[in-house]
Design a protein around this ligand. Structure first.
Ligand SMILES: NC(=O)c1ccc[n+]([C@@H]2O[C@H](COP(=O)([O-])OP(=O)(O)OC[C@H]3O[C@@H](n4cnc5c(N)ncnc54)[C@H](OP(=O)(O)O)[C@@H]3O)[C@@H](O)[C@H]2O)c1
Length: 245
């Protein structure tokens, strides 16, 4: 029997107060999971709670000490971790500042690694066969102008996915990445609304449209669920064919 049910599972979604994270929290909840979501701000935490799909928590993932303190305090135990929180700082490579580079890499790559490791340590100690789904990007596969730090972070995430999958498979832990094309959120509105640039990007997508949150959440739910039990170490592109060219 094919099943997409997440009943009885507890999921943690980072950056669940808006954008893709909010949609993912909603989707996992609709499939029966108890969902916990994080935001950096109390306003974001309240937004998660008021949605009614998830319990809200405060977490800035760009700092490893924050992460270990958070995981130590976190109740209940988690079965599914969705590393969704991410940032971009678009800039020509010649102009990228050290601060921009660190912010993007610390959030998208370092934070994902340390949170995954803290949770995996709990899973291994407790004999829990957990699942990690990272939110990568097509920018991990192709280069995109003015995204040196972002592409490096998402390409690194694809590689991290493979290493963690190999190292933790013997503990029954699966690690995969979903890599979307452009979806209109606060992260991308500036890019998609830049005259000319939005059309250039649209023309690169054979399916002829940008993604919607609904296009992304199905892939996350699939990889998190029982139908994907033999899938680990892979990146599932949800890009309308952007990277097929
Ligand atoms: N939208 C797209 O086109 C697209 C395409 C490919 C991949 N992605 C990826 O999808 C993920 C979600 O992006 P989105 O488009 O939904 O962006 P978004 O609407 O800007 O949401 C980003 C989320 O990440 C959180 N966040 C940022 N820095 C954080 C930090 N240091 N610690 C904890 N949380 C942090 C934000 O929290 P605050 O509200 O507190 O800032 C927010 O909840 C990202 O990993 C992004 O790279 C997006």
């Amino acid at each position: 029997m094919v099943s997409f049910s997440l009943a009885g599972k507890t999921a943690l979604v980072t950056g669940a107060n808006k954008g893709l994270g909010r949609a993912i929290a909603h989707a996992l909840s609709s499939l029966g999971a108890e969902v916990h979501g994080t935001s950096r701000t109390e306003a974001g935490q309240r937004a998660i709670e008021s949605d009614g799909h998830a319990v809200g928590h405060l977490l800035d993932i760009a700092n490893a000490q924050n992460i270990s303190d958070f995981v130590r305090r976190l109740r209940p135990s988690i079965d599914i971790l969705v590393n969704n929180a991410g940032v971009n700082a678009p800039s020509a490579a010649l102009d990228v500042t050290e601060d921009q580079w660190d912010t993007v890499l610390d959030t998208n790559l370092k934070g994902t690694f340390f949170l995954s490791r803290e949770i995996a340590r709990q899973w291994i100690a407790g004999g829990i066969s957990g699942v990690i789904v990272n939110i990568g990007s097509q920018a991990g596969t192709v280069g995109i102008e003015e995204r040196a730090a972002y592409c490096a972070s998402k390409g690194g995430l694809d590689q991290l996915t493979k290493v963690l999958a190999i190292e933790w498979a013997s503990h029954g832990i699966r690690v995969n990445t979903v890599a979307p094309t452009f979806v209109r959120t606060d992260l991308t509105a500036g890019t998609l609304d830049t005259p000319g640039w939005g059309q250039v990007l649209l023309d690169r997508i054979p399916m002829g449209r940008f993604g919607e949150a609904e296009d992304i959440v199905g892939a996350v739910a699939f990889l998190a669920g029982p139908s994907a039990q033999m899938i680990t170490g892979t990146t599932l592109l949800v890009d309308g064919g952007y990277t097929a060219r």
